[in-house]
Design a protein around this ligand. Structure first.
Ligand SMILES: [Zn+2]
Length: 237
């Protein structure tokens, strides 16, 4: 684990600059560079006794690789009036509207995500709404799928995770990345199936994978889809 003393600076990139996070890591053997797709930052892992100058030199030596990766990042989609957001893989346009009696701060109507209130808070309201929608959707599916394997789901929560799409705790609580709400039906079910299978087998043993196969025969293809679309999903909202 990084020791928490990471330093954020900037790095010149194509006439502008990009965030650069220097992460001292006591157990790292060598310098390593990666792109943080969600934060649009370059991350440099530094072993003990590596100077900043040495780290920056390493980054310059790898400039071509880093620039290629930065350029390949999918466009960021900000929650704003008119933005096109995939909700369960169907494009929905965000529309700022006036308050309607009997409706909450946001709702979906005819392919539009309608958001009310002060425009300054539109992004936050859209996000809150989509997170709530995600929770409702994943919970419904998890309960139904758990019934198939004669288990019960204790609690479903959604989080803004960047490295795991789902998790299952020993007490039967399931947690999912809310961004799965942007993916197709089959992908959501696939992540739900994996976590529900953990309600039966709390490991990644043979019998666990046999159960996953039964609940989600296309698990491998679904996993591949998620890997390929990860950066795009992290850059929505
Ligand atoms: Zn697992």
């Amino acid at each position: 684990m990084p020791d928490g003393s990471s330093i954020l600076i900037t790095w010149p990139h194509r006439g502008g600059e990009v965030a650069l996070r220097l992460k001292p890591h006591p157990r790292a053997r060598r310098l390593a560079v990666r792109i943080d797709a969600a934060g649009e930052a370059v991350e440099l892992t530094m072993p003990r006794r590596c100077s900043r100058a040495e780290a920056l030199r390493f980054l310059e030596d790898n400039r071509l690789w880093v620039e290629k990766r930065l350029d390949a990042l999918p466009p960021r989609i900000v929650f704003a009036d008119g933005a096109e957001i995939p909700v369960m893989d169907v494009i929905h346009r965000i529309r700022h509207v006036g308050k309607i009696r009997g409706k909450g701060p946001a709702w979906i109507d005819a392919g539009e995500i309608c958001v009310t209130g002060d425009p300054a808070f539109l992004a936050r309201r859209a996000r809150d709404f989509l997170r709530a929608l995600a929770k409702e959707e994943f919970q419904r599916r998890a309960i139904a799928m758990a019934a198939l394997v004669e288990r019960e789901v204790s609690r479903v929560t959604v989080r803004d995770t960047t490295s795991r799409w789902g998790s299952c705790a020993h007490n039967g609580n399931l947690s999912f990345c809310w961004r799965l709400i942007f993916t197709p039906d089959g992908i959501i079910d696939s992540v739900v199936a994996h976590e529900v299978a953990h309600l039966v087998h709390m490991n990644h043993g043979v019998r666990f994978w046999q159960l996953v196969e039964r609940l989600d025969p296309d698990a491998k293809a679904h996993k591949l889809w998620l890997n390929r679309n990860r950066a795009r999903l992290l850059r929505i909202g």
